[in-house]
Design a protein around this ligand. Structure first.
Ligand code: HEM
Length: 517
């Protein structure tokens, strides 16, 4: 018997195709089109244009102390550029069209991602700052509703007025001595006290340091925030956490103090509310925690995460902005004088001795009339934005409006600090402090596109506390400038920032205060 060698699958397929010409040509066309698509794809991907490489993350590290200015210099050369890093490419843009694209038009493709979540979750949990997708959407929805209620607005205004008056009393003591006061530290304490009271309905009184518990929470809270941010530059943090050593052991200890305090307050509030339910007295508690407890029976961890995220969001941002504002007014005495005059004109009050009464008179209608003050706060944020760089992770390969491509996993950041200094955006006087640039000829504030003025981010994730922050800052500053004059402790000092996530004044700001009249 003739032995026929076994035929391979390929031989069988070829035999079948040759005996069926229709199949043969169809298969040939299919193979050719797949091949053509592959070749085209390869050509197209070769044609992809990536942003110019402006350096590496090592250059960034070498310029760490002045990193925002280093990146501003790069931004003046390239609107969009790349820095190469060991784990990912970092893309920085100051082009408003790109900013609009990543923050709004293609919002779903840019977010916190696993990278940020992993770093932030020990402190922020599943709070709004750390998450994306459905978890974010849900919290954004309930929180924006809460922030827009009249109840919360009125409740928080009273807290801001009281804390501004308290600060005024403290400054009036300094004004009669020849001493200086470190105003950034005072603003930090004031901001924590106010936001904590709005969030939990409890007075910490950090500013006057009268409560031991409040002080130890305040310290632990600051330490946990700083240690969490340290993870961004510490490549060994994961191992240190596993071994519970060094900065990670400290972080665990401090987060525990924060958690114990917060859970105690939540439990206390639940007990209080139960008692009030029994006696049908449910009104009068408008802090965020009470409102959340009333509308939903959510689990305690989630509640802790939601509320603690507000405290983190609202503290350093407001405090640093107030500090830079006072610094800029010390450097620009004529602006300081104009604001004081505006406060005097709008309120009709000149020689103010009762600070509490004056602060209580600062209703929303009164604040609305302070257009120059509004412009000066906005101008401060343009030059010294509380969040100087804000990075997202790209979720899938993409091309930005300027034609530059980005790859999945790349870090893509917009840069409020650099953008605030770009002549292409603000004109030749970009680096000058000029509140007038925000006013029309009738002195009415004119907002800019949020994709140019990016201090509050933009798009669906725009800062939720923007109006809240303006209201707080306007109340505090109207009281301070209605009552006092400010001068730097050391006029010759070169003031600069400390490189952190928020733009703090390095070493704080010592100022002299004087009664206005
Ligand atoms: C000068 C004051 C402030 C500035 C400049 C500012 C700026 C910002 C920026 C840049 C972001 C985006 C951060 C990110 O990418 O995650 C943000 C988000 C946020 N801010 Fe503010 N903020 C200020 C005050 C506040 C205050 C007082 C609150 C609340 C009490 C607040 C609540 C939030 C929240 C909840 C988010 C997260 C929004 C989201 O992811 O959907 N902010 N803010």
């Amino acid at each position: 018997m003739k032995h026929t060698p076994p035929r391979t699958h390929l031989a069988l397929v070829m035999e079948f195709l040759l005996s069926n010409p229709v199949f043969f040509f169809t298969a040939l066309a299919l193979v050719l089109s797949i091949f053509t698509v592959q070749v085209l794809k390869r050509k197209l991907s070769k044609r992809k244009k990536y942003p110019p490489v402006a350096g590496t993350v090592l250059h960034q590290l070498r310029n760490f102390k002045r990193v925002h200015d280093y990146m501003t210099d790069l931004a003046a050369k390239y609107k969009t550029y790349r820095l190469l890093g060991p784990f990912r490419t970092e893309i920085y843009t100051s082009d408003p069209a790109n900013v609009e694209y990543i923050l709004k038009s293609n919002f779903d493709n840019y977010g916190k991602g696993w990278y940020n979540y992993n770093i932030l979750r020990d402190l922020l949990g599943d709070g709004i700052f750390a998450v994306d997708g459905e978890k974010w959407r849900q919290q954004r929805k309930i929180s924006s509703h809460e922030f827009s209620t009249r109840m919360l607005r009125d409740f928080s205004s009273v807290i801001f007025q009281k804390s501004a008056a308290k600060l005024a009393y403290k400054l009036s003591e300094i004004a009669t001595s020849n001493e200086t006061i470190e105003i950034q530290d005072v603003f930090m304490k004031l901001a924590l006290d106010s936001i904590f009271q709005v969030a939990f309905g409890v007075e910490l009184d950090n500013m006057c340091e009268s409560s031991e518990e409040g002080k130890s929470f305040g310290d632990a809270f600051d330490n946990s925030s700083a240690l969490t941010l340290f993870r961004y530059v510490d490549v060994f943090w994961g191992i240190k956490k596993f071994l519970n050593v060094g900065s990670e052991a400290l972080l665990r200890k401090n987060t525990k103090i924060v958690d114990d305090f917060v859970y105690k307050l939540i439990h206390r509030k639940i007990e209080q509310m139960k008692k009030e339910d029994d006696s049908s007295e449910t009104m009068g508690r408008e802090d965020i925690l009470s409102r959340f407890l009333r509308v939903s029976k959510t689990d305690l961890t989630y509640l802790r995460d939601i509320i603690l995220n507000f405290v983190i969001a609202g503290k350093d941002t407001t405090a640093t902005t107030l500090s830079w504002f006072i610094y800029l007014l010390c450097k620009h005495r004529s602006v300081q004088e104009k604001i004081s005059q505006e406060v005097e004109q709008v309120t009709g009050m000149k020689k103010i001795t009762n600070f509490s009464e004056f602060a209580s008179s600062l209703s929303e209608d009164v604040l609305e009339k302070m257009q120059y003050l509004h412009a000066a706060i906005t101008e401060t944020l343009r030059i010294y934005p509380a969040v100087p760089v804000d990075a997202k992770i790209c979720f899938s390969d993409d091309t930005l409006p300027d034609g530059f491509s980005v790859r999945k996993g790349d870090l893509v950041a917009y840069q409020p600090y650099a953008m605030g200094r770009m002549k292409t955006i603000w004109g030749d006087d970009a680096e000058q402090f000029k509140p007038e640039r925000w006013l029309d000829k009738n002195g009415v504030f004119q907002p800019e596109s949020p994709f140019k003025f990016t201090a509050f981010q933009a798009g669906p994730r725009i800062c939720l506390g923007k109006e809240f922050a303006y209201r707080q800052m306007k109340i505090v500053l109207a009281v301070l400038l209605g009552c006092f004059k400010f001068k730097m402790g050391d006029e010759n000092r070169v003031v600069t920032y400390r490189t952190m996530i928020n733009l703090h004044i390095d070493g704080g700001l010592e100022v002299h205060t004087f009664q206005r009249y």
